[in-house]
Ligand binder design. Structure first.
Ligand code: UDX
Length: 434
């Protein structure tokens, strides 16, 4: 089937390339001419493992353009995958979604199903239906919801091996078209509901995952006081099939372009409907406070409990491993805090360094290093802030030869206490008894 994808960001681009992979003819459009010209040359503007190769393998099935009419021509379904940034009041800014819908209606020369893939508030499909009603178009447009559950860094796997595919359809035509689009997958993977329920499922899923992360982070805080072992606690509760073992890794708090934004958006939806989501409010507060708690934890590793003029190496700046994305990254916020406390920071990240330089350009005493050991040399303390696999293979003998520091603060618990102490280092980590 010919599909149109509007928006070539993390979601739109991965979806477009994976739709091409499963046999569809895809036209991907974006207003950003530079991005489109790069994509035409097979250059991927984001870091997503395997995406460049998948684009090359399926280039015959996918086209990139800035011309909407060209992208829309002959397609039966149009996915809206544009941004829904957080508004001032925490609500999702729908302006890009609604203007995309309006442009689709005004530029289409045949019937279409308009499908929101972006994370949108409950009732967005109805707003698009209103746009259609008020338009002069003579064509028949249906509206459906198909939220994505892609994690950055594992987006291809999440698309190709989904736990489920949620489609929110309010009419037979949308049901038929979306069933055909996802014909590649086992029919039982398709979870069909109406558009409003589909829209809320996305927020509910992300909010639950965010709350689960805050829960294990707070359990780690309790372990620090009681002397319990957070790794064993996490494993033991995760063996309960009702809890599950995923998203129980304690850390410096969640970041990324979704969780922080989505929990604010669902809270806003609830407030508009006079519903009190107290758990979500608590999740927001818990996560917001965590970065300053982590900064205090780092300071406590110095005898004078001060960061003033201390040389702190921060390994990892992206909001998690296997991405170059620093949006709402706890590591970035911690570096800002360290800088405000007059520490001298040497920062390294395998993929997110350039994005970080831009974000941190107004902060003092930050040296960006292109090499892991250049960042470690001559430091007073090493902080692991993002769980990049290469950090798990640190050469401790090399470290001993380039710095006098024998202290590691691991905010991702990538090491074991015994292993690190055997290397002759003091090891602070999330959940360590203090
Ligand atoms: C998330 C959702 O997982 C995905 O389904 C949705 O489509 C988009 O938002 P993403 O933000 O890419 O995906 O990353 P994810 O892997 O979910 O991690 C989110 C944050 O939680 C990261 O900061 C990560 O470090 C943190 N996290 C995750 C933990 O602190 N502990 C965990 O156990 C898991």
């Amino acid at each position: 089937m010919k599909l149109t994808i509007i928006g070539s960001g993390y979601v739109g681009l991965v979806s477009a390339i994976c739709f091409a992979k499963i046999g569809h003819e895809v036209a991907c459009i974006d207003k950003d001419e530079n991005k489109i010209s790069s994509l035409k040359k097979g250059i991927i503007p984001i870091y997503e493992p395997g995406l460049k190769e998948m684009l090359a393998e399926n280039s015959a099935n996918i086209s990139f353009t800035t011309d909407l009419s060209e992208a829309l021509s002959d397609s039966e379904a149009v996915f809206i995958a544009v941004g829904t940034p957080q508004g001032e009041d925490g609500s999702a800014d729908l302006s890009y979604v609604l203007s995309a819908a309006k442009e689709i209606v005004e530029n289409s020369q045949e019937d279409k199903v308009i499908i929101t893939k972006s994370t949108v508030p409950v009732g967005t499909a109805d707003k698009i239906r209103d746009i259609i009603k008020n338009s002069a178009s003579k064509f028949d447009f249906k509206v459906a919801s198909n939220p994505e559950f892609l994690r950055e860094g594992s987006a291809i796997q999440d698309f190709m091996e989904p736990d489920r595919i949620v489609i929110g359809v309010n009419d037979k035509k949308s049901d038929k078209i979306l069933s055909e689009i996802y014909h590649y997958f086992a029919p039982e993977k398709l979870v069909k509901t109406d558009s409003k329920t589909s829209e809320l499922i996305k927020y509910a899923a992300n909010s639950f995952l965010a709350a689960k992360i805050c829960f294990i982070n707070e359990m780690a805080d309790l372990c620090e006081k009681t002397g319990s072992n957070i790794k064993e606690l996490s494993q033991a509760i995760g063996l309960d099939s009702r809890i599950g073992d995923k998203f129980l890794n304690p850390g410096p708090g969640f970041g990324g372009s979704c969780f922080p934004k989505d929990i604010m958006a669902i809270l806003n939806i609830a407030q508009q409907n006079n519903v009190n989501l107290s758990l979500i409010s608590s999740t927001i507060n818990s996560n917001k406070n965590r970065k300053s708690e982590m900064t205090k934890k780092i300071a406590k590793n110095f005898d004078d409990n001060s960061l003033e003029n201390k040389k702190v190496t921060v390994l990892g700046l992206a909001f998690k491993a296997n991405t170059d994305d620093i949006r709402y990254s706890p590591a970035i916020e911690i570096v800002k805090n360290l800088s405000k406390n007059n520490a001298i920071i040497k920062a390294f990240d395998p993929e997110a360094l350039e994005n970080s330089k831009q974000e941190l350009k107004n902060y003092q005493n930050i040296i960006f290093c292109n090499d892991l050991y250049e960042a470690i040399s001559d430091c007073d303390l090493i902080v692991i802030a993002t769980e990049w696999p290469e950090f798990k293979k640190l050469d401790f003998n090399k470290i001993k030869s380039i710095t006098k520091s024998r202290k590691i603060v691991d905010l991702r618990n990538i090491f074991d206490l015994e292993f690190i102490e055997d290397q002759g280092f003091k090891y602070d980590f999330i959940g360590k008894k203090n």
